[in-house]
Design a protein around this ligand. Structure first.
Ligand SMILES: [Cu+2]
Length: 127
């Protein structure tokens, strides 16, 4: 056999080995797991409920930690509107079963009342 045929055979075998090896490498790379670093989880906001029932807020006065939330739930058949005395927050008209939520990011005392029934008063103390 001539040397040229040998060279062709060796080249064919070498390229075949290279092809198989590179395919193996590609599979290895593609099967590599990509892990995404999870970011810092936002701390869940504590939500404290104030129930509106019998034309009063229960509890009438509530202390919470700054950054937490208050959720009012109207259990009365009558609609109520929650308004902060100083205008910090105001709900829409809450029908029976309606809810209103406020996140308190700053500390202080927030006195509020019902816009429809001014005798209904409450207070949120944010520490
Ligand atoms: Cu009311």
């Amino acid at each position: 056999m001539s040397i040229i045929i040998w060279i062709i055979i060796v080249a064919a075998v070498a390229s075949g080995i290279y092809y198989v090896y590179s395919a193996f490498l590609k599979r290895k790379v593609s099967s590599k797991k990509v892990s995404v670093e999870p970011g810092p989880k936002p701390s869940p906001i504590t939500v404290t409920k104030v129930v509106i029932g019998g034309f009063s807020f229960q509890p009438r006065e509530l202390s919470i930690v700054r950054g937490s939330a208050v959720r009012w739930i109207n259990n009365d058949a009558t609609a109520h509107v929650i308004v902060d005395d100083a205008g910090a927050f105001k709900s829409d008209s809450l029908p029976q079963g309606g809810t209103f939520e406020v996140v308190f990011d700053s500390s202080g005392e927030f006195s509020y009342h019902c816009a429809i029934h001014p005798s209904m008063t409450g207070k949120i103390v944010v520490e």
